[in-house]
Design a protein around this ligand. Structure first.
Ligand SMILES: Cc1ncc(COP(=O)(O)O)c(C=O)c1O
Length: 440
């Protein structure tokens, strides 16, 4: 091994040109002997090794270290490690977004000809990714009511299955997956069980401890928590995370160090925020249940939720999360009137932030679905999804009170109730087809 080059050598080399001196001087990283309290933003594409041999060893993974930020970056690695600890996994990884995390987790384990069983009720982009992208490469996807364990068992037994996918609490209905039962059903058929835990968050529910093989979260939501970052994370066994890492490296779905830093900063207050999200959501949901014109409230922390017993067994006691849905009389028009009448909430399609956010899923997160697919997923035209923020809950209640009064007027004027004559096939309450295949 040759002696490492002295990074300061150019300081005393008077004959170098101005450009050379500028480049060398402005790249001289300070040596810091004390650990910074905050994880620094390693805003660099490349890392310099002492010599050619160590560069080759680091780039080829033979030696621990950093060479190129698409392969790994200390700030991003710190986020992956942090998430592993929060989720109870052996290892973790951060990616460019929640969708990138879902893609990398699935691509790490799926091959052409494999079969996936996924929820009928779930996030629209995940459904599209599975059906339209993995489907395009020969993966077969069957959608099933994940809350109906007999239907899941039948779907898994129908044909060899590589992967069972579920959301802890479904976007947007909040239908809750029984992780212990689903993991057992999947493993009995030699399938892997992957969970999107975005709605619940790892403070409220830990799918890995209940048998899941991989857990995925959009860190854009509760982990970041402040609506200022797009990021995704995955945790699980070291072997599976290595496979996810290979997908991230080769597809380039890396998270930038600044985004990793913002997410880490959010995580400093994540459990405290989640407790307040849970308290606010519980109070708002309980109040909504008593209001005229509200046809149904779906909040996992309320005894009226169809899967409340699962929540009591598998979620943090006294925290049903920050997400709720409710249906207003008057259908789509009344639902949109509520959104337009609320003064304190953000009219935006995201969730998991300090800000309360209300969306009308049929026109936002579930816009990819046809009316029939919406109904099959338990989504009626008047359904609203609320991500309850950290504001004072009395203010939120007063705001919703005003908005509901407007919605009641809209419902009375249009003479509608529910906005559709079709039944609401809510999983856990009304049977839906055991498994439906959508060829799109
Ligand atoms: C349940 C769920 N999973 C995944 C995602 C995707 O996350 P991202 O927007 O960070 O890609 C979302 C986004 O809303 C979501 O609600």
């Amino acid at each position: 091994m040759t002696a490492p080059r002295d990074p300061d050598a150019t300081r005393s080399a008077p004959r170098l040109g101005d450009s050379t001196r500028a480049i060398r001087a402005a790249s001289r990283t300070p040596e810091v002997l004390q650990r910074p309290t905050s994880i620094p933003i390693f805003q660099t594409a490349t890392f310099t090794s002492a010599d050619a041999e160590s560069l080759a060893a680091v780039a080829g993974d033979a030696r621990a270290g950093y060479s190129y930020s698409r392969l790994s970056n200390p700030t991003t690695t710190a986020l992956g490690d942090t998430y592993a600890e929060l989720a109870g996994g052996e290892a973790g990884i951060a990616l460019a977004s929640g969708m990138a995390a879902i893609h990398a987790a699935c691509a790490a384990v799926l091959r052409a000809g494999d079969r996936v069983v996924a929820p009928l009720a779930g996030y629209g982009s995940t459904r599209v990714q599975l059906l339209d992208y993995f489907g395009r490469f020969g993966v077969e996807v069957d959608l099933v009511d994940i809350t109906d364990l007999d239907a899941v068992a039948a779907a898994l037994a129908a044909s060899p299955t590589r992967l069972l996918f579920a959301e802890s609490s479904a976007n947007p209905t909040t239908f809750v997956a029984d992780h212990a039962a689903l993991a057992e059903l999947a493993h009995r058929q030699d399938a892997l069980y992957i969970v999107d835990n975005t709605f619940a968050s790892s403070h409220v529910c830990r799918p890995l401890e209940l048998g899941a093989d991989l857990v995925v979260e959009s860190a854009t939501k509760y982990l970041g928590g402040h609506s200022d970052v797009i990021a995704g994370v995955v945790a699980g066994t070291r072997a599976l995370i290595d496979a996810v890492t290979a997908v991230r490296v080769d597809t380039g779905a890396v998270l930038a160090p600044f985004e990793a830093f913002l997410t880490l900063r959010g995580i400093l207050t994540f459990p405290i925020r989640m407790d307040r999200h849970g308290q606010n959501a519980r109070a708002l949901a309980g109040w909504l249940e008593r209001q005229e014109g509200v046809e149904r409230v779906l909040y996992p922390g309320l005894p009226s939720h169809p899967q409340h017993p699962v929540v009591e067994r598998q979620w943090r006691p006294d925290n049903g999360g920050g997400m709720l849905s409710f249906e207003v009389a008057g259908g789509r028009a009344a639902g949109q009137a509520i959104i337009d009448s609320l003064g304190l909430t953000e009219r935006t399609a995201s969730l998991g932030s300090v800000h309360t956010m209300v969306v009308h899923p049929p026109s936002t997160s579930q816009r990819q679905l046809t009316e029939a697919e919406l109904l099959a997923s338990g989504i009626r035209p008047g359904l609203l999804r609320v991500s309850v923020g950290l504001e004072d809950v009395e203010d939120l209640v007063a705001d919703f009170d005003r908005a509901l009064a407007v919605a009641r007027q809209v419902a009375a004027t249009s003479g509608a109730s529910g906005g559709t004559s079709a039944p609401a096939p809510a999983p856990g309450a009304t049977p839906v087809a055991a498994a439906a295949r959508f060829d799109r």
